[in-house]
Design a protein around this ligand. Structure first.
Ligand code: SIN
Length: 312
C-alpha cells in the first residue's frame, strides 16, 4: 500500500510523444498519437518503481484538440486531484496546442497540487526520442517539494502554464517562457531548480466547460497584416461569431481596413479584444485591454471563458 499523497496519475492525450514513424531516423514523417500512455511509461525503467497510474483520456494530434476533450480532461484531472492519495498529475500532450491546454487548465482548475504537461518533438520511435526524458522530468517536478499549479516540462525547462509559448517548429527546446516572467525552473538529473513562484490563482471550476461542443461560444482569432481586408470579419459577423481576438501589429495597432467591421461587431455587442502578434512584449499604455499581455491563443481562451461565465 502506498502512503497517502504519493500516487502520480499520468494522463495520455496523444501527441508526438506517443507518435510513431516508419523509420527510426525519421523525425518528421510520423503519425502523432499512436502509442498508449501505459506503453510510454512501461518503456522507462526508472519509472517502474514509482507509484504511477496511467490513463488514456484521448489519442489525438494536438492540432485537433477540441472543446469537448478539454471539458473531459479538466473534469478528469479535477477528479484525480480530489483523491487524497494523489500527489499530482502528468499529462502527455502534443506540443502544437500544449500552451492552450496549459492556459485553460490553470484558469479553470488553479490546482493546489501540481499538474505537469509534457510532450516531445520527436516520435517515440526516433533513434534519439526526447519523450522519455521529458516524461521522467515531469514526474520529478510532480514530486518536488511544494509543487503546485499547471506547468509544462520540456527539454529540461519548467514553464509557467499561463505564459509558455511554442516558438520553434523543430528544435527539442521548442518552448519559450513567454514575454516577461522567465523560466519557472529547470530539471537537472531529476532535481528541480526553481527560479519563480508556482502558478496560483482562483479556480473558475471545471464545470464551467460544457461537454457539448455546441454550447461553447464561437471565438475567432484574426491577424492584422499588410493588405488586410474587411471581408473576413464581415463574413464572421454575418455567420454569428460571438467574440474576436485581434492579433495586432506592434503595440496593438490594426490595419485601417479593419476599423469599420470591428466597430460594427462592437456596436452589435460582440467583444473584440486586442493582443499583439509580436513574439515579445505586450500592448503598453492600454489598461482597458483585458488581453494586452496574452498571446492571441491564450486571449481566445480567456475571452471564451468570459463568455461561458455569462451563460453559466
Ligand atoms: C501534436 O501537437 O500532437 C503533434 C506535434 C507535437 O507533439 O510535437
Amino acid at each position: 500500500m502506498q502512503s497517502r499523497v504519493e500516487q502520480i496519475v499520468i494522463i495520455g492525450t496523444g501527441g508526438t510523444i506517443a507518435g510513431a514513424a516508419g523509420s527510426a531516423t525519421d523525425n518528421v514523417g510520423y503519425k502523432a498519437g499512436q502509442l498508449s500512455v501505459a506503453s510510454l511509461v512501461a518503456a522507462i525503467p526508472a519509472l517502474q518503481a514509482e507509484p504511477l497510474e496511467a490513463e488514456q483520456l484521448a489519442q489525438l494530434d494536438s492540432k485537433d484538440m477540441d472543446h469537448p476533450t478539454w471539458a473531459r480532461l479538466a473534469r478528469r484531472v479535477q477528479e484525480h486531484l480530489d483523491r487524497p492519495e494523489v500527489r499530482g498529475i502528468v499529462i502527455t500532450h502534443g506540443t502544437d496546442t500544449l500552451e492552450e491546454t496549459a492556459y485553460l487548465l490553470q484558469r479553470v482548475l488553479a490546482p493546489r497540487k501540481p499538474v505537469v504537461l509534457t510532450a516531445a518533438m520527436r516520435p517515440a520511435t526516433a533513434i534519439q526520442a526526447d519523450g522519455p526524458q521529458n516524461l521522467l522530468d515531469a514526474v520529478a517536478v510532480v514530486k518536488a517539494d511544494g509543487a503546485q499549479g499547471v506547468v509544462a516540462v520540456v527539454a529540461g525547462q519548467v514553464l509557467h502554464g499561463l505564459e509558455l509559448r511554442k516558438t520553434h517548429s523543430y528544435r527539442l527546446d521548442a518552448f519559450d517562457a513567454g514575454p516577461d516572467g522567465g523560466l519557472l525552473g529547470v530539471v537537472e538529473e531529476g532535481v528541480l531548480r526553481r527560479f519563480r513562484e508556482w502558478p496560483r490563482g482562483e479556480a473558475l471550476g471545471a464545470s464551467l466547460l460544457p461537454e457539448d461542443a455546441a454550447r461553447w461560444p464561437w471565438v475567432e482569432v484574426l491577424a492584422s497584416h499588410a493588405g488586410a481586408q474587411a471581408r473576413a470579419l464581415q463574413a464572421w459577423h454575418t455567420a454569428g461569431v460571438q467574440g474576436v481576438v485581434l492579433a495586432c501589429t506592434g503595440n496593438g495597432t490594426v490595419h485601417e481596413a479593419l476599423s469599420a467591421p470591428i466597430q460594427a461587431l462592437r456596436d452589435a455587442g460582440v467583444p473584440v479584444w486586442r493582443t499583439t502578434r509580436c513574439a515579445q512584449g505586450r500592448i503598453v499604455g492600454a489598461p482597458e485591454e483585458k488581453a494586452a499581455a496574452l498571446s492571441p491563443w491564450a486571449a481566445r481562451i480567456e475571452l471564451t471563458l468570459e463568455l461561458l461565465k455569462r451563460t453559466h
